[in-house]
Design a protein around this ligand. Structure first.
Ligand SMILES: [Fe+2]
Ligand SMILES: [Fe+2]
Length: 321
C-alpha cells in the first residue's frame, strides 16, 4: 500500500520531525535508572555541602562558621531537589496535554513527548526518594511548604504560551546550574552532585522540545492572545516569587532553630534576606540571564512587551543581582 495515501498533506509537512528524532536518540542514549545508576546504594555525605556556593551564596554571610555554612547549603540543597519535584508535576502534565496534538499526526514528535513525560515522572520519584534520604540525615523540623498539585493547578490555569515560556526558562537554568556551578565544585556531596549530573543529561532534550513547542504555540496565536500570554507569564513569575518567599522564610526558621546557637537580630535578618535572594537567583534570575531564553523570548514578543516583562522583573533582578 502506498503510505502517502494514509496521511493528509498537512500531516506530511513535519519540519520539526528530525529535531524530535534527535531528542529520542539522545534520550535513549543517556537513559538512566534511579538505583542502578544514580543512588547505587549510597547515602548523602553530611560532612560536605550540597548546593555549591555560587548558587547558595552562603559565603556572603561572613559571620557564619564553616559548619553553619555547610548546614545552610544542605538546607538549600534539600529545597532545591524539592523545587524540581514540584515543578515537574506541572511540566509532566503539560507535556502530556501537548502530546494530544500529535496523536494522529507526527508519531516521532509524539514518542519524544511521551519519553519527556516519562522522564519527568522518574525525576519526581527520584526527588521523593532523596527527600526521605535527606530527612534521615538532618535534624527534624524542615518543611517543604508548597504542594505540587496546588501549584500545578494554578500554573496550568494559564495559557499554554505562558506555561511553555516558564518551562523553557526552568529547563534552561537546570542545565546552566549544573554546567557552571555544580560540576566544577569538588567539595559537594558526591551523591548530591551525581543526582544533578544525571538529571542534566535528560533535561538537555527537554529544553529543545520546550522551545519547539513554545514556537509552535506562538505561531497559532493572535496578537491579542500573545499579549495576554505576556501578562500571564509575568503572573507566573510573580507566583514563583511568592513560593520562594514562603519557602525561604520556612528554611530560615529551620536553620535558626537547628543552628545550635543564637544570632543577633541583624544577623537573623541577614540570613532571611540571603535565603530569599539566593532562591530568587536560583529559580528566577539565573534563568532570565540565560542567553538562549532571552533570544527566544525576544523573537516572540514585541519590544513593548519585552519592556513590560523587564519592568515587572526589575525589583527581583535588583535584589538577586
Ligand atoms: Fe526533570
Ligand atoms: Fe525536564
Amino acid at each position: 500500500m502506498d503510505t502517502a495515501t494514509l496521511e493528509s498533506p498537512r500531516q506530511a509537512v513535519r519540519p520539526n520531525s528530525q529535531r524530535y528524532a534527535t531528542c529520542i536518540e539522545a534520550s535513549k542514549r543517556v537513559r538512566w535508572d534511579i538505583d542502578r545508576d544514580v543512588i547505587r546504594g549510597r547515602r548523602f555525605d553530611f560532612g560536605k555541602k550540597f548546593l555549591p556556593d555560587a548558587l547558595s551564596k552562603v559565603t556572603e554571610l561572613a559571620f557564619l562558621k564553616p559548619a553553619e555554612m555547610r548546614f545552610l547549603s544542605q538546607i538549600q540543597g534539600r529545597t532545591y531537589t524539592n523545587i524540581f519535584g514540584l515543578v515537574e508535576r506541572y511540566i509532566g502534565a503539560k507535556t502530556l496535554e501537548i502530546s494530544r496534538d500529535y496523536w494522529f499526526g507526527d508519531q516521532v514528535a509524539l514518542e519524544a513527548l511521551v519519553r519527556f513525560t516519562d522522564e519527568e515522572l522518574k525525576h519526581q520519584e527520584m526527588f521523593r526518594r532523596l527527600e526521605k534520604m535527606t530527612a534521615e540525615g538532618m535534624p527534624a523540623g524542615y518543611a517543604f511548604r508548597p504542594q505540587p498539585n496546588d501549584v500545578a493547578r494554578a500554573v496550568l490555569s494559564k495559557s499554554t504560551w505562558a506555561v511553555l515560556g516558564l518551562t523553557l526558562d526552568i529547563e534552561l537554568f537546570t542545565q546552566a546550574h549544573y554546567r557552571s556551578s555544580i560540576e566544577p565544585d569538588a567539595d559537594l556531596s558526591e551523591l548530591w552532585k551525581d543526582v544533578f549530573l544525571f538529571h542534566w543529561k535528560e533535561e538537555s532534550q527537554h529544553a529543545v522540545m520546550d522551545e519547539l513547542e513554545w514556537r509552535r504555540e506562538d505561531a497559532r496565536l493572535t496578537g491579542a492572545e500573545r499579549d495576554r500570554g505576556v501578562d500571564e507569564l509575568i503572573e507566573l513569575v510573580g507566583a514563583i516569587d511568592g513560593i520562594l518567599r514562603m519557602q525561604s522564610a520556612s528554611d530560615a526558621d529551620y536553620f535558626l532553630l537547628r543552628a545550635g546557637r543564637s544570632f543577633a537580630p541583624v544577623e537573623e535578618s541577614a540570613i532571611r534576606d540571603l535565603l530569599l535572594k539566593a532562591y530568587r537567583w536560583q529559580y528566577i534570575v539565573s534563568g532570565v540571564h540565560e542567553p538562549r531564553f532571552a533570544e527566544v523570548l525576544k523573537a516572540l514578543v514585541t519590544p513593548a512587551q519585552m519592556e513590560r516583562i523587564g519592568k515587572a522583573l526589575a525589583p527581583i533582578l535588583a535584589h538577586a543581582a
